[in-house]
Design a protein around this ligand. Structure first.
Ligand code: SF4
Ligand code: SF4
Length: 451
């Protein structure tokens, strides 16, 4: 087995109760839904427009929305059937209305034609797989990734083909594969590494082929020993030993945030307002690497996600589920425990968004559905204790955002680098006055005057 590098955390961070109840639960493949609701806004970048109309017949994997802009990712039908109607949904992260299409499944799941170049489940000929990848040009790989609608699946949803093509003059010499999954409760990435490790490593090989970095790190927190061991042994089996290294990191929140990860692994500091590529680094999540493999080698668009359904359930689980599946269907499969009041959160307890409507569907960004106790804590006045400042991994001053947003001084938030906030929620977690600081930050960001 190849050696594992151990690193100490480069930031203070929080020790959170893990509550990873589903870590040993294998991924269950859910049947496609009878009705899929596909949201139009599923990634950062230019908004897409529907290219189908009511009454159209579509196949599974068929493109149904796109934009002429390079910085965008198309959207595909997760089922075969008929476009029943166009509707509106409330976007849980922005609370704004967005368009969506409802597709009635024909019960058949007819897929578009896909060109499978290699069968990783049934062939151990990894030399052949690398040969196939090496024979493809960068343009072909990037086009396949774009056309398949691949976006950052760690939550950022930035179009992956754009991330893999740095602007002229920016050389990437370090690639990091992010398998940290530092938020409590969520285990989807953990299970992906254990059950789709080959696809993840092949996806990483594709990413590295394009960027040609000098060093490649696979970052996993030390609370996932089985994933560290499995990925290390697979790397040897697949011949990924020269510049690929597995790094075991202390389980500390938010280790999985790109900037924390880069500082911890390669001791580079992303400048205020800057991006990882400003320090020659690109970070991709393990679920994204799997999706890149499927797009490039199997011709498969992004129409399904691994989602952890956990919290107040009798039987929390991990599912492989079609995008567009109503969240209420997932909740129904895990045996909701009786509770007077509860909150449904899409995402983890630190960075997730509260869902007001459980008919809302799984989208590309969904990695967890969490049921939490619904009691609201009462917001008190700030006592200037400074705990939020000490907890912030980005060295920001969260209390200033609260102060300035309350006064309507949105411009002043920029003076305190609000755009550098990664909305990790560490400040709100430690605040003794129960101030929902991230809510103020989101408002502050949305109200920032144009530059
Ligand atoms: S200010 Fe932003 S980055 Fe800092 S702790 Fe709060 S949410 Fe996290
Ligand atoms: S932790 Fe809360 S109470 Fe303390 S300074 Fe920050 S905002 Fe104020």
């Amino acid at each position: 087995m190849i050696p594992v590098i151990r690193k100490k955390s480069a930031f203070r961070g929080l020790h959170l109760r893990e509550n990873k109840f589903t870590a040993s639960k294998p991924i269950e493949i859910l049947p496609f839904p009878s009705k899929a609701t596909v949201a139009l806004q599923q990634s950062l970048g230019a908004p897409c427009k529907f290219i189908v109309e009511r009454g159209n017949i579509v196949k599974t994997g068929q493109k149904i929305a796109d934009s002429g802009n390079y910085v965008s990712a198309p959207i595909h039908s997760p089922v075969s059937g008929k476009i029943a109607r166009i509707t509106k949904l409330v976007n849980p992260s922005t609370s704004a209305l967005m368009d969506a299409v409802i597709i009635e499944s024909d019960g058949e799941d007819h897929w578009i034609e896909m060109e499978k170049k290699f069968d990783i489940c049934n062939s151990g000929d990894y030399k052949k797989l690398k040969g196939i990848i090496d024979s493809l040009t960068d343009e072909v790989i990037l086009a396949l990734i774009r056309e398949s609608g691949i976006v950052g699946l760690g939550g950022a949803t930035f179009p992956t083909h754009v991330k893999l093509k740095p602007p002229p003059g920016k050389k990437i010499d370090i690639v990091i594969l992010n398998g940290c999954e530092c938020e409590p409760f969520i285990t989807s990435d953990h299970r992906i590494m254990l059950e789709y490790g080959k696809q993840v490593l092949a996806g990483l090989y594709i990413i590295s082929r394009i960027l040609s970095p000098g060093e490649i790190y696979i970052a996993i927190e030390d609370n996932k020993r089985d994933a560290i061991e499995y990925i290390s042994s697979l790397m040897e089996q697949m011949g990924f030993t020269d510049k690929y290294k597995v790094v075991s990191l202390p389980s500390r929140y938010p280790m999985g945030a790109e900037k924390s990860l880069i500082k911890t692994i390669v001791n580079r500091t992303v400048p205020m307002g800057g991006l990882p590529l400003d320090v020659g680094t690109v970070v991709n999540n393990v679920a994204t690497a799997k999706a890149v493999y499927e797009a490039v080698i199997e011709g498969k668009p992004l129409v399904e996600k691994v989602v952890t359904v956990t919290g107040g359930f009798e039987n929390p689980k991990n599912f492989l589920v079609r995008i567009g599946t109503p969240i209420i269907e997932l909740i129904g499969l895990c045996g909701l425990r009786e509770a007077k009041e509860c909150r449904v959160i899409m995402g983890g307890p630190m960075m997730g968004n509260i869902l007001v409507d459980t008919d809302f569907p799984v989208i590309k960004a969904t990695n967890c559905i969490l049921i939490m106790d619904g009691r609201e804590s009462i917001e008190k006045n700030c006592i200037n204790c400074g705990r939020c400042i000490r907890a912030c991994p980005m060295n920001l001053m969260p209390l200033e955002y609260v102060r300035n947003v309350k006064k309507g001084n949105y411009g002043a938030c920029r003076d305190y680098y609000i755009e550098n906030c990664i909305e990790c929620g560490s400040c709100a977690y430690v605040c003794p006055a129960n101030i929902p600081i991230v809510g103020y930050i989101k408002t502050g960001k949305s109200m920032l005057p144009k530059k």
